[in-house]
Design a protein around this ligand. Structure first.
Ligand SMILES: C[S@@+](CC[C@H](N)C(=O)[O-])C[C@H]1O[C@@H](n2cnc3c(N)ncnc32)[C@H](O)[C@@H]1O
Length: 535
């Protein structure tokens, strides 16, 4: 006999895995059920969504999308409800999945009761489980007798696997109720305007002309960066304003003005913090180098985007670098021997090239970096030499470029590293609700070990005075603040840059800041920590 899916475990662990051959035939509901079975069998939503939608008529796509995504968002709450509705255990995953799809229509989508019941009963026959049609019919009829009561019952439950709910309660006891509620809601859609093509204002106007409503969202980051002078203990406070556009309604990118020409990208508002933070740190280092001018390496800046695919943050960083060619970051200053050591007496002589390397270990995702950069017209630039490499960040060593560095093979190479680390992605469950089904408890430990390995390999490659921005889209402390605390304990040449209280995003942690996807208008659950390398 098959085992029922157990709400305390990931379906990935079920001995009874549903059949995986994804047949896109039959009614919309039958196709959605098959897609959900494929996800329970280990396939990601992003790999099955397009095949589902592409198999449907235009008029059915919206309903199929809503039915699939809503069922996934309410998955565990629906499972728990189902267990209270049936007189006996329902063992067959196919039948459970069908009933969950029926419950979604009755409780969360505005589908007429008779249509929801009739079509769902037909669907269970289509997937060759006709023997369960009476059971599906009986359970759904029971629910329509008091839809409000069952919706409330379902809403009362969190919709997460028990291991994840437990961990979130440990990590975020105060925020826990709002967090579990927030994680089962859809996320808003945000745009990043390509600053090399147009201003945010200009693009917002073109959105209005295209009948797309969007609000400007401004995020303030304030950092205490080390002073440019030799006295590393003094700090300067730097504010950075990040601007993004939040669309009133999720819109297909084909409906956005000049999207194909690279005028904007879809990127969560908290994901848009990464590039400005590392860019600002790089400007700080660039300025410090220009003032000191005692290092042959200052003729070029070497920067790394580690774990870069599909290139969202890389593209943003390139946009900032391209828009900022006038900054001190791009200039080398020469000491005039007749002057004293006063840095202000340095005179600008040369433009500084940027060597930007981007690495990722998944070749198909690297292809997506190229596609994204091509659309945004960012693959080639006069002063930025971009090198994209498919490699493993736990082992890869950046190549020394200058003679001085080549002489010393162990010399660190990078002025700044953006490490958008692989993580459990628990902070983006609203956009990828399949994560709740696909992740298992043991993944957290494994992911944290991988993160530590990548950090240990990359940190020695940061130059003294350089920076590493550590980013995850996880909301688990083990991958974030605890990872950073362990890192700082083991690396005495690392200090964490302080984010001041003026930051308008996230929650201050002992190290770094954590965004939580609580507010329905807000961005995803990203974590940020900026590390500075000392002698
Ligand atoms: C959070 S995603 C990066 C998202 C990307 N920075 C962006 O903004 O579009 C993490 C990436 O890490 C990559 N990755 C995972 N393990 C890796 C490893 N050992 N070496 C290099 N890349 C790795 C994955 O392929 C994935 O593309």
């Amino acid at each position: 006999m098959r085992q029922p899916a157990n709400a305390s475990n990931s379906p990935r662990n079920n001995k009874n895995k549903p059949s995986s051959n994804l047949k896109m035939v039959g009614s919309v509901r039958a196709r959605v059920i098959r897609t959900l079975l494929a996800i329970q069998n280990g396939q990601s939503l992003s790999s099955v969504l397009d095949p589902l939608l592409n198999s449907l008529h235009e008029g059915d796509k919206g309903f199929a999308h809503a039915l699939l995504l809503t069922t996934l968002r309410q998955w565990y709450a629906l499972e728990r409800l189902l267990d209270t509705l049936a007189d006996n255990n329902i063992d067959e995953v196919e039948v459970r999945t069908t009933i969950q799809v029926g419950l979604t229509q009755l409780l969360y989508l505005e589908v007429a009761d008779h249509a929801a019941i009739h079509e769902t009963v037909e669907a269970v026959k289509e997937i060759d489980f006709a023997h369960a049609s009476g059971l599906v019919n009986a359970i759904l009829r029971k629910v329509v007798k008091n839809t409000n009561k069952f919706r409330k019952k379902c809403d009362k439950n969190h919709s997460l696997p028990n291991w994840l709910a437990y961990q979130l309660k440990q990590d975020w006891s105060e925020e826990y109720p709002a967090l579990t509620k927030g994680l089962r809601q859809p996320a808003p859609m945000f745009l990043r305007v390509n600053s090399t093509i147009n201003s945010v204002d200009a693009y917002q106007k073109s959105l209005v002309e295209a009948d797309v409503s969007a609000d400007l969202v401004e995020l303030v980051s304030e950092l205490q960066l080390p002073n440019l002078a030799d006295n590393e203990t003094a700090n300067i406070i730097t504010s950075i304003i990040t601007q993004s556009l939040r669309l009133e309604q999720t819109t297909a990118v084909a409906g956005l003005p000049s999207f194909a020409e690279g005028a904007a990208s879809v990127q969560d508002m908290h994901a848009q913090l990464a590039a400005p933070l590392i860019h600002q740190a790089l400007i700080n280092k660039g300025n410090a180098d220009a003032l000191k001018n005692d290092d042959a390496n200052t003729a070029e800046l070497h920067i790394l985007d580690a774990c870069a695919a599909p290139g969202g943050k890389l593209a943003h960083w390139l946009e900032l670098l391209n828009a900022d060619k006038q900054s001190a970051l791009f200039h080398v200053k020469q000491k005039d021997s007749t002057d004293d050591k006063n840095a202000a007496a340095s005179k600008e002589i040369d433009s500084r090239a940027i060597q930007l390397t981007a690495i990722d270990n998944e070749a198909p995702r690297i292809t997506r970096i190229h596609e994204n950069l091509e659309r945004l017209n960012l693959e080639k630039s006069e002063q930025i030499n971009l090198n994209i490499v498919c490699t493993d960040a736990t082992r890869w060593q950046g190549m020394a470029q200058s003679k001085k560095q080549k002489a010393d093979k162990n010399a660190p190479v990078f002025d700044a590293i953006l490490l958008d680390s692989p993580c459990t992605a628990t902070g983006v469950i609203r956009r990828h609700p399949d994560i709740s089904l696909l992740r298992a408890e043991e993944d957290v430990e494994q992911t944290a070990s991988l993160q530590a390995e990548i950090l240990d390999n990359l940190w020695p490659q940061v130059k003294v005075g350089g920076y590493l921005l550590y980013v995850t889209c996880s909301i688990l402390k083990q991958e974030n603040v605890e990872q950073m605390q362990a890192f700082l304990n083991h690396h005495t040449n690392a200090t964490a840059i302080e984010f001041t209280e003026a930051c308008s995003w996230g929650i201050a942690q002992e190290v770094g800041r954590q965004c939580l996807p609580i507010d329905s208008e807000s961005g995803d659950g990203f974590y940020y920590a900026l590390l500075h390398k000392q002698k």
